[in-house]
Design a protein around this ligand. Structure first.
Ligand SMILES: [Zn+2]
Length: 221
């Protein structure tokens, strides 16, 4: 398996998680893999793989992650965008929000004032959306484009003028941007849930997604 591109090691691929994974997911995955590949494990241990996993975890859980993610975006993500032959863009109707009105109405949970957190306890659904992927598509990279609410720092006053005409003194304004996700074939398993940290996907320094984390479940049919 080649985990490098132009000399940059793909730490996300080594841990078998997508770019932008949340800290909890990184830690959980690292612990599982470390158990499997620990040199003391007679069945599946590998000193070389164990070292790779440790290096990947050290970078992705430490202060160098910001720098690494930047490098990752300009090497790996740029190569995804160039190579569209091996990619499938998931149609919008196969992106299903678990909190859609119809689904909740069916379950009788459209009570006013019910917060997302409480709603999750009732439904037992702890992820935000389902991605429905066809069996014949799993040999390809799956690209997902998701419109999400963002807050944009006011370009007129940079959030520092309470008399600003553009943002009316609020400092930011609400808008919508596409979140771009990519799932390579090695990441696509039925039922797998990935928690992503949306600050990793910010289009630029002036825009941030309103939601902090997004839990995505892959479903193969
Ligand atoms: Zn302003």
């Amino acid at each position: 398996m080649d985990n490098r591109l132009s000399g940059v090691p793909d730490y996300y691929k080594i841990l078998n998680i997508p770019f932008g994974s949340a800290p909890d997911l990184i830690k959980k995955t690292y612990r599982n893999l470390a158990k499997i590949y620990h040199p003391d494990n007679k069945a599946s241990g590998s000193a070389e793989k164990f070292l790779d996993i440790q290096t990947a975890y050290t970078v992705l859980s430490g202060i160098n992650r910001e720098k690494y993610d930047y490098l990752y975006k300009i090497t790996f993500t740029a190569s995804y965008l160039r190579d569209t032959t091996n990619s499938v863009l998931l149609p919008a109707n196969r992106i299903v929000y678990t909190s859609t009105m119809s689904r909740l109405a069916k379950m009788g949970l459209m009570k006013t004032g019910l917060r997302n957190k409480d709603r999750r306890k009732f439904t037992g659904i702890f992820h935000d959306l389902d991605l429905l992927i066809k069996k014949e598509e799993i040999i390809h990279r799956i690209l997902v484009r998701l419109p999400l609410t963002v807050r944009i720092l006011c370009p007129n006053c940079m959030g520092s003028n309470i008399y600003c005409d553009v943002c009316l003194g609020i400092g930011t304004y609400k808008s919508s941007r596409l979140l771009h996700l990519a799932f390579e074939p090695h990441l696509i398993q039925n039922g797998r849930i990935y928690e992503l940290e949306l600050s990793r996907f910010r289009p630029d320094n002036f825009i941030h997604f309103k939601k902090k984390f997004l839990k995505v479940k892959l479903n193969i049919f």
